[in-house]
Design a protein around this ligand. Structure first.
Ligand SMILES: C[S@@+](CC[C@H](N)C(=O)[O-])C[C@H]1O[C@@H](n2cnc3c(N)ncnc32)[C@H](O)[C@@H]1O
Length: 189
């Protein structure tokens, strides 16, 4: 039987804080990412989001994953080896995403990095949908302004996850209520 992606990710090293599953799932759905799409992702950090994007665009699409930190790119390269042939759709690049984004013609931009608004400003006209993950309110405001400046329709939200437990004779109650992780700002062209 094939491995499951969540099991493979548990073996990944984490040089940067990974995006949580709740946010990864909504990014993929809101952007409507399908097999065959070309996605530009920055920064790749630990490669958690990269792995999910690769699985969805496989086998004919492409994920260009950029990070300014070379050691993170190397860690992601090694993490993705666990994915076997799915990793072949990923091209990893070391550099400032705002400087390299124009080299590509992606349909989709997914950004989880400081200064993401600079990448939105520099993005080529091929980009139709954008997701920006922002830990802070001020970075979310900058993402909204940059997306509106490029003519995108904007949605800004925060996803909150609450786990519940059921114990016989003790009843049902929330087990974990995640504190703030980040905002998601979407742009639809
Ligand atoms: C929070 S991590 C991304 C985590 C990733 N989404 C994951 O799921 O593993 C943010 C990354 O952005 C990278 N970064 C910062 N500035 C950048 C830039 N100008 N261009 C590309 N990457 C950048 C950092 O090196 C860091 O690895």
């Amino acid at each position: 039987m094939a491995d499951f992606l969540d099991e493979l990710k548990r073996r990944f090293v984490r040089p940067a804080r990974p995006m949580e599953d709740k946010d990864v799932g909504l990014v993929i759905e809101r952007l409507g990412i399908m097999p065959g799409h070309r996605v530009f992702e920055a920064g790749v950090g630990s490669g958690f989001l990269t792995a999910s994007l690769a699985r969805v665009v496989y086998p004919d699409g492409e994920v260009v994953g950029v990070d300014v930190a070379e050691d993170r790119v190397r860690a992601v390269e090694s993490n993705l080896e666990a994915l076997g042939p799915v990793a072949d759709v990923v091209e990893l690049v070391v550099g400032d995403a705002a400087e390299v984004v124009r080299r590509y013609e992606p349909e989709v931009l997914v950004l989880d990095m400081p200064g993401a608004e600079r990448v939105v400003e520099e993005a080529p006209g091929s980009v139709k949908r954008v997701a920006v993950y922002c830990p802070f309110v001020d970075s979310a405001v900058r993402a909204v302004e940059a997306l509106e400046g490029r003519g995108f329709e904007v949605e800004w939200l925060e996803l909150v996850e609450r786990s519940w437990s059921y114990e016989v004779e003790r009843g049902v109650r929330p087990r974990r209520f995640s504190s703030h992780t980040g905002f998601l700002v979407f742009g639809y062209g």
